[in-house]
Design a protein around this ligand. Structure first.
Ligand SMILES: [Cu+2]
Length: 728
């Protein structure tokens, strides 16, 4: 098992612990409100939790782990055969749900707060969706086959891992460099993986190779994922859910006695990706990135420095008869940033963490004139012209072991966010473009530069009453500044507005320069109980309450002739509360291997305070129950996924209510020394169901003449999924 270094550095100790030992032990003493905090490792050679000597040089903090005879099968392995979408690896994590976007890029929701409200880093690097529909979110830049670890912190995020987000933090990592071990002159290794999914004829191919000495390591990893549109439980095509993605990455690692330098450079190309719940599709996403990280130990502590950049060219249009159309749209985005983190053990009891981050995002978004079009021309429509969003952050955090039972964590963070954009223009087609021409003039006349000074605070305490019970509780104040589209989208024609929005709801959006940052005040607690030996059972419950001041929601400014809405971003306050429950219990440990049952239950409610209406994208009551068996090389799982009826819907967005449903999934994993075989059946009984966070099916609606309002997007029918990975 390899250890991803970003998380071991400035994560709290138990987080790193969980990362390394998630499979071997019940990580009983974790911050960040376990059960929400959840770590999964995807590229383990086995599930015994052995740490490979040849890791990237990251040093794990010394923590005593109570090994458990209950083997924790890594459900992530199962999830990887089911989907190439990295976000899907978080399916077993309490508090998180996914909303439908393209087939390679679903978007996360944590405790009812979606997308940009969640901080997402891949290999410690921050990327921004360079698209008015968020077709290229951060997690779309890595395939599930290439993920070596993914973690989630929901709710009370330590300030060292947060910033410019209010819901929580997702951190995904590709494999760190591998170096030659002792007694090895030269180390070479590699792997090839393949997966096939019947429901969309989806295929994933992945490969990795490393050649390394004790001090230098050069690695490659790449993947190609391709799928047709999937079918629902009635056998009908869910139009425009097809895609193809290609990822290539080189990793150079250099290891000294006290330091490690890692540089990753990569390229992504997505030739096409359908978006069932958007008006447009992706017809090209080409991104190049470089990401350098230096870690070193000094007498005073540990330094972690990172510098990174990405250049993204994104093209939207139409490519499939499943959702025909004509209209070109382009974006060009640039992310550049650095992170400096220092961890200073002041004493046995106190550890200080200091950090400074800078992140800059530049964006151009323009829609070239369409020749011969009456409405789309003669000028280029400039949606975002020279948009800028720069963030400069400082934080300090102290973790203190007060006595044998009490631990505290106190942190304060400042994020200074500066935004600006240039002047814009519409298509300029005359009478029919009058709304946009007037809106552009009004927009250009305004002063557009904005600066937000955001202060975040996190205060946590943990009380380990005894070996069988631990209590964690705390408060956090977290702040997110608006994104460029929320502040600077300006078009007022229906067509222009319909192009804006990452909600999959068929409505049109316009920005609001005077939006304020949204500030979440969260109170949360986790109580965990387990048997004293920590091997038979555990139960954890996490209630949470968040009051979001100036939540960035919408007001309706008009209803279109077809019934869809024209919405403008505005600040209003919101209340969100809920409960996460996780539990597992050992059932047997005998000649039939080790068996256990696991349960995960989530319930939440979110409303805006002024009208009492439900927030958009709130998850209905949901549960996952699984029975798992480990028997020598086999891991088997039967899973029942239960979703309640979604009746809390956002009326302003015409959000569809969806009926409750239950799905059965089967998985089996066979692990030999160098070969792993996976077999899965998802939606065993081929149930027809609507995705509660799927938005609306624009592709189907348009194919049937755009009559009435579009309905909910159907989920996938039964799929047989097979995968194999060979290491050498
Ligand atoms: Cu796009």
């Amino acid at each position: 098992m390899r250890v991803q270094h970003k998380q071991t550095d400035f994560a709290l100790e138990p987080l790193a612990l969980a990362l390394a030992f998630a499979l071997a032990a019940n990580s009983h003493a974790a911050w960040a409100q376990t059960p929400e905090e959840n770590i999964v490792m995807a590229q383990n050679e086995n599930t015994s939790g052995e740490t490979k000597a040849a890791d990237d040089g990251a040093k794990l903090p010394e923590v005593t782990v109570t090994a458990s005879p209950i083997k924790q099968p890594d459900s992530t392995i199962f999830r990887r055969v089911d989907s190439n979408d990295v976000a899907s690896l978080l399916a077993d994590t309490p508090g998180v749900s996914l909303y439908t976007n393209g087939g390679a890029s679903s978007l996360p929701v944590i405790h009812g707060m979606n997308d940009d409200r969640v901080k997402v880093v891949v290999d410690g690097m921050q990327r921004t969706s360079a698209c008015a529909n968020h077709m290229n979110p951060p997690m779309s830049y890595i395939s599930s086959a290439s993920v070596s670890g993914i973690s989630l912190i929901a709710g009370l995020t330590p300030v060292s891992m947060g910033g410019d987000s209010i819901a929580g933090t997702i951190s995904a990592a590709s494999a760190p460099p591998v170096f030659a071990g002792s007694g090895e002159e030269m180390h070479t290794e590699g792997s090839i993986g393949a997966a096939y999914r019947s429901i969309n004829s989806g295929s994933s191919l992945s490969a990795s190779a490393t050649v390394a000495s004790k001090a230098v390591s050069l690695g490659y990893d790449g993947s190609v994922d391709k799928a047709s549109s999937y079918k629902d439980g009635k056998g009908n095509l869910v139009r425009d859910t097809l895609y193809e993605t290609r990822n290539n990455q080189l990793t150079l690692g250099i290891k000294g006695d006290e330091s490690t330098f890692v540089i990753k450079a990569g390229q992504q190309s997505i030739p096409y990706q359908g978006f069932v719940n958007q008006y447009m599709d992706m017809v090209g996403n080409d991104a190049n990135y470089i990401n350098a990280n230096y870690q070193s130990d000094y007498a005073w502590g540990r330094l972690d420095a990172r510098i990174y950049g990405q250049d993204t060219n994104h093209t939207m249009g139409f490519f499939t008869s499943e959702k025909p159309g004509t209209m070109p749209m382009n974006t060009h985005g640039k992310d550049v940033g650095y992170d400096l983190h220092a961890e200073i053990p002041l004493s046995q009891q106190n550890t200080l963490r200091l950090g400074n981050e800078y992140h800059s995002f530049k964006l151009d978004d323009w829609w070239p004139a369409l020749p011969m079009s009456m409405m789309m021309g003669p000028n280029t429509y400039e949606n975002i012209n020279n948009g800028k969003r720069d963030r400069f952050s400082l934080y300090a955090e102290m973790e203190s072991k007060l006595d044998l039972r009490w631990t505290s964590l106190l942190g304060i963070r400042s994020d200074n966010v500066k935004m600006d954009t240039g002047t814009v223009q519409g298509y300029g087609c005359g009478m029919m473009c009058a709304a946009d021409t007037a809106a552009a003039a009004a927009f250009n006349a305004q002063s557009r530069a904005r600066a937000d000074n955001n202060i975040d605070v996190t205060a946590l305490a943990r009380y380990e009453a005894n070996q069988g019970s631990t209590y964690e509780f705390g408060y956090s104040r977290k702040t997110r500044s608006p994104n460029l589209y929320e502040r600077y989208s300006w078009g007022r024609s229906q067509m222009a507005m319909d192009m804006i929005g990452w909600f999959g709801d068929a409505n049109g959006y316009v920005g609001n320069i005077n939006l304020k940052p949204e500030v979440a005040n969260t109170l949360s607690a986790t109580a965990k109980w387990n048997d004293i030996a920590q091997k038979d059972w555990k139960f954890a419950v996490t209630p949470y309450y968040t009051y979001v001041k100036d939540y960035i929601g919408v007001n309706k400014i008009a209803t279109n002739a077809n019934g869809t809405a024209q919405l403008q971003f505005i600040n209003h306050d919101a209340n969100i509360y809920g409960l996460d429950i996780t539990s597992n219990a050992g059932l047997w440990d005998n000649s039939h291997g080790v068996g256990q049952v696991k349960a995960l239950i989530g319930w939440m409610h979110g409303t805006r305070t002024d009208t009492g209406a439900s927030l958009y994208h709130t998850m209905p009551l949901n549960a996952r129950l699984s029975l798992e068996q480990n028997l020598s090389a086999w891991t088997n799982q039967v899973e029942l996924q239960l979703l309640g009826r979604k009746s809390s819907v956002d009326p302003l967005r015409n959000e569809p209510a969806t009926p409750g449903y239950s799905l059965f999934n089967l998985h089996t994993d066979y692990q030999m020394k160098n070969v792993r075989l996976d077999l899965g059946v998802t939606n065993l009984f081929n149930k027809y169901y609507s995705l509660p966070l799927g938005g609306v099916d624009i592709a189907d609606w348009e194919a049937n003449g755009s009559v009435g309002l579009p309905g909910a997007v159907a989920g996938a029918g039964r799929s047989l999924n097979v995968g194999a990975t060979v290491k050498f």
